[in-house]
Write a protein that binds this ligand. Structure first.
Ligand SMILES: Cc1cc2nc3c(=O)[nH]c(=O)nc-3n(C[C@H](O)[C@H](O)[C@H](O)COP(=O)(O)OP(=O)(O)OC[C@H]3O[C@@H](n4cnc5c(N)ncnc54)[C@H](O)[C@@H]3O)c2cc1C
Length: 564
């Protein structure tokens, strides 16, 4: 049985940063990923990473923008940690080889991003995530003696000892189908978000909420699950993201009358208001008949106002995306976009060291909720979140490991259960529905009822549909009966994870009877600090999701009306 001080599930930016920090602190580390690490979804991150690097900036200004962006639901102690540690973290990245864009003076260039009071987003053209992920992977190679890599291994469950502490995982080697129990003094979940609960989404097929569901099923509470971010600029047909960097460079949003409609809801920040505000404004234009494109279902994003040379230099990836996926040369004509599911602010509840309420279990990155994003994440704050809290979780877990012996754990019973469950799924008769059909229905349901605008009736309908889909998933069949790279059976497991994430999202959205950040309830259109300035936590009870509340930490910024 493999045994380590720190076992990290997930090799995106959060996982790799955690691995490097734990290894540097002297721990024996294993990092596991269901895909090759550089295929982790962090590779898709485009626009950049925030840090108050400029001499004219101050981390407190970054922190206040983040608090305001969160609609005052973010925990200010965690936001202070993230923003104050940001400049050193970004400079560290540069020192280890990330080729951030530089300006004519040779300094690190910074671009404007939504909800920020000044330019503070460092970037590598519009492939920032890719540049960062590859550099971190290079560093992991350097630490090959202390960091063991389990690439293309899929975690199926967490192992808890008799005292309830997390002491390992069960995982399946995707290449061979072999299952194994892993022992660890600490497990860090860095499994990313759950965007595939929606259709369409900007998130890749692998973003299926595994870590959130694994923790939830083991008794860890989830927090802020109702807060789901819709990004304002996604291609109408496919949901593919056009980075906020486009608006950061000056692109305009126009309705069918050619009006820059953001004047109405954000006269100061215009297109660079926070994402929840811009998405709502776009959806309102579409709903009120001022949309563009087929069925008036879109909005025009006009990048032609940005100098062509600059677009080709700083936004080259979206030039390719526009051409390949919409047949549009964005340097010459507007492209049609609309709001689309992009990010989940909620996740496994942690403290600022990544600790969950389960001893020995940590979480960092999009899987976690610390909560620095509260009701709405500012663009370019997620990459920062993955690095700061990935590092802190790695350091804390390594320190904890130094003071304890390896747990003596017999994972054989859980291993048998997981093997049997997978065998039973593979053996299901070809009756009932396919996994892919159920997933499709789930995504469309969430996109209809748990989107930019929500209400009680729609959310109740979503909950009922999720219940029905759960029953169907229990007997859903798959084609592949083999063991080698059986992605089909993993898809069935992922569907179960997605259903947990969707259910907790809808339960929390029903519970929050107010509008704040990304949650806009048309039946409760006002923010109500008196009753709802609190986090909604969801845990798994005997009968299903159980709701409780936890306070929002306020240090220096009292809630006020949010205007852009
Ligand atoms: C198109 C796009 C553009 C974006 N642009 C930006 C941006 O410019 N700036 C910004 O701040 N944010 C951006 N974001 C958000 C940001 O990229 C993500 O929130 C962040 O990269 C998530 O990193 P992570 O390390 O938490 O997870 P991921 O990078 O998603 O990694 C998850 C890891 O977990 C592994 N895993 C999952 N389940 C299992 C399992 N069961 N067993 C084993 N391994 C598992 C995966 O293999 C993977 O290695 C963007 C997001 C998208 C979708």
């Amino acid at each position: 049985m493999p045994a380590h001080d720190v076992l990290i599930i997930g090799a995106g930016l959060a996982g790799q940063r955690a691995a490097l920090a734990a290894a540097k602190a002297g721990a024996s580390v294993a990092i596991m990923s269901k895909v090759h690490p550089v295929r982790s979804h962090s590779v898709a991150a485009a626009g950049g990473i925030n840090a108050a690097i400029s001499v004219d900036d101050d981390w407190r200004s970054h922190a206040f923008d983040t608090v305001k962006g969160s609609d005052f639901l973010g925990d200010q102690d965690a936001i202070e940690v993230m923003c104050s540690e940001a400049p050193d973290e970004v400079l560290h990245l540069e020192h280890i080889g990330v080729t951030f864009h530089r300006n004519d003076r040779g300094e690190m260039d910074l671009r404007a991003f939504g909800g920020a009071s000044m330019k503070r987003t460092a970037y590598v053209a519009d492939i920032t995530g890719q540049a960062m992920l590859h550099v971190l992977y290079e560093q992991l190679m350097k630490h090959h003696e202390t960091v063991e890599r389990f690439e293309e291994w899929f975690t199926t469950s967490l192992l808890l000892d008799e005292s309830g502490s997390c002491s390992g995982v069960i995982a399946r080697d995707v290449r061979s189908g072999r299952m194994e129990a892993f022992t660890a003094k600490n497990v860090i979940l860095a499994c990313g978000g759950a965007g595939q609960a929606y259709k369409p989404t900007t998130n890749g097929l692998i973003v299926t909420g595994d870590g959130i569901a694994l923790a939830y099923r083991s008794g860890a509470p989830l927090m802020d699950m109702e807060m789901v971010q819709y990004h304002p600029t996604c291609l109408v047909e496919t949901g593919i993201l056009i980075t906020e960097g486009a608006r950061g460079e000056g692109a305009h949003l126009l309705n069918a009358n050619g009006e820059r409609f953001m004047e109405k809801s954000a006269p100061n920040k215009m297109e660079l208001a926070s994402r929840d505000v811009v998405s709502r404004a776009e959806q309102t234009e579409i709903n009120e008949g001022r949309g563009v494109g087929p069925g008036g279902a879109g909005i025009s994003l006009d990048v032609t106002v940005v100098p062509r040379k600059r677009t080709l230099e700083a936004l080259r990836e979206i030039v390719n995306l526009g051409r390949d996926f919409a047949g549009v040369d964005i340097t010459r004509e507007p492209i049609t976009i609309r709001p689309g599911q992009h990010y989940i602010m909620g996740g496994v509840k942690t403290d600022v060291d990544g600790r969950t309420p389960i001893e020995g279990l940590y979480a960092a990155g999009e899987v976690a909720c610390v909560s620095v994003h509260g009701g709405n994440r500012l663009g370019a704050n997620s990459l920062l979140d993955t690095l700061i809290f990935g590092r802190r979780a790695g350091e804390h877990a390594a320190a904890r490991a130094a003071s304890m012996p390896l747990p003596h754990l017999d994972g054989s019973a859980q291993l048998r259960r997981d093997v049997n469950a997978i065998d039973a799924t593979i053996a299901r008769p070809h009756q009932g529905r396919r996994v892919s059909e159920i997933k499709n229905d789930l995504g469309e349901t969430m996109n209809r009822h748990a989107a930019v605008f929500r209400d009680e009736a729609g959310l109740q309908e979503a909950l009922a549909t999720i219940g029905r889909l759960r029953e169907e998933a229990d007997s859903a069949w798959i084609d592949d009966r083999g063991t080698v790279f059986n992605q089909d059976v993993l898809g069935a497991l992922e569907l179960g994870f997605l259903l947990d994430c969707a259910e907790t999202t809808v339960v929390a959205a029903l519970e929050r009877r107010e509008s704040r950040g990304a949650q806009f309830r048309t039946d409760f259109p006002e923010r109500n600090d008196e009753e709802w300035l609190k986090h909604i936590d969801v845990s798994l009870g005997e009968e299903g999701p159980l709701v409780s509340y936890s306070p929002v930490t306020i240090t220096q910024w009292q809630p006020e009306e949010r205007k852009y």
